[in-house]
Design a protein around this ligand. Structure first.
Ligand code: GDD
Ligand code: MN
Length: 361
């Protein structure tokens, strides 16, 4: 088996019979021994079932009906794992990726390439019928990848790419399929490997619809950050900082609410702002910063909130005392006094965490 074609699918019922037939034809004509692996996420339109039926016509077609850990990247990883070919190529199942250049992929591999990227920008590559917005996004993402990655092909967002089995096994345990772009992950772990490109024309989609939305672009950017800087400043720390910044706003808003709407005394308003921000920080951290291990259920939440209060208590006291001192003692505007209190509490929390929670060994 020389090449395994991996087709991740989600609702491609109309496309799957056409695309598999095209691939089979091209590779048979070029006398390249191959298999096709459909990695379907249990599509509601029964793509997996239709693909199963095609097995009568197309030898070496296999179907993975995936029930857990859904998503494009994990589906591709499952495809790699199941593949038997010396080379493995990932393609869209919607005929947007021109199958006629598959023999070129194989030639590049035979000549020693470790990674081959189908690119819409190399000679022969073009983009038919793309909106200006999509062109812009693609251009921006490409620029960023060039900046972030040690080495980048001219179309780093490409979903049409191949990897040799040898390289796959060398880096398989380092590839993190959490993100969206497996190719980026592969490239970031393949420093001194031979990278080749094959140009092709990216056609418009005929059946079904695109699954890649705006949020995918965001995930792409997060993925890039993580690959390049994740080890220096972990993503989690950035998220923690963002939550902290939101807490400043919530704290001040709580103070304002107490004073302006509930006509509470400064002292109680300050306490309310602090408490409200601790609670909102807890929930934001739980579902955003620590989304991968968030606490669940009433008891779990309650206990988590309790722990978070324990950790926050000294900072809260500093926040309160400083705000009172500056406003009552020195007659400063209470919101500015509160801001100073928050700043000092943040410094304290930071020192506490360095000295205690994450003490150097
Ligand atoms: N198993 C599985 N699970 N397959 C999926 C999923 C998923 O969650 N989401 C999408 N797919 C499949 C689709 O069925 C299709 O075969 C392929 O992955 C690509 O999805 P499309 O929805 O066709 O993406 P696109 O055409 O908008 O985007 C193309 O261009 C991007 C660059 O701009 C693709 O080639 C992308 O890979 C590429 O990054
Ligand atoms: Mn597509």
């Amino acid at each position: 088996m020389e090449i395994s074609i991996i087709l991740p699918t989600y609702n491609e019922a109309q496309n799957i019979p056409l695309v598999t037939e095209r691939i089979r034809k091209v590779l048979d004509e070029a006398k390249i021994s191959h298999e096709i692996i459909v990695a379907d996420d249990n599509s509601p339109d029964m793509t997996w079932q239709i693909a199963e039926k095609l097995r009568k016509k197309i030898p070496h077609l296999r179907v993975l009906r995936r029930m857990v850990n859904k998503g494009l990247s994990p589906a591709v990883m499952d495809g790699f794992r199941a593949a038997a070919g010396t080379y493995m190529v990932v393609m869209d199942a919607d005929m947007q990726h021109d199958e006629k250049v598959l023999p070129e992929f194989v030639e590049k591999f035979r000549a020693g390439a470790d990674i081959v990227v189908g690119t819409r920008k190399a000679s022969g590559g073009s983009i038919e019928g793309w909106s200006r917005r999509r062109r812009f996004i693609s251009w921006g993402a490409t620029l960023l990848a060039k900046f972030f990655l040690p080495r980048s092909p001219s179309d780093p967002m490409s979903g049409y790419f191949g990897i040799s089995r040898d390289l796959y096994h060398e880096i398989a345990d380092k590839i993190n399929p959490r993100g969206f772009k497996i190719l980026l992950e592969i490239l970031s772990h393949s420093r001194n490997k031979k990278l080749e490109e094959v140009g092709y024309t990216f056609s418009p989609r005929v059946h079904g619809e695109s699954k890649l939305s705006g949020s995918v672009i965001l995930q792409y950017l997060i993925g890039l950050y993580d690959i390049r800087f994740g080890k220096i400043i972990p993503l989690r720390f950035i998220k923690y900082g963002m939550v902290g910044a939101s807490g400043v706003v919530v704290n001040q808003a709580g103070l304002y609410l107490g004073k302006a709407f509930l006509s509470m005394a400064n002292e109680n308003s300050l306490l309310m702002g602090i408490e409200v921000s601790i609670i909102s920080n807890y929930f934001l951290n739980n579902y955003f910063t620590f989304a991968d291990r968030h606490r669940k259920g009433f008891r779990g939440q309650f206990y988590g909130l309790f722990l978070f209060h324990l950790v926050s208590i000294a900072g809260a006291v500093i926040n309160y005392a400083v705000a009172i001192l500056f406003s009552e003692g020195f007659g400063m505007n209470i919101y500015i006094a509160n801001l100073i209190g928050i700043a000092l509490a943040t410094v304290w929390n930071f020192m506490l965490n360095i000295q205690w929670t994450w003490k150097e060994k």
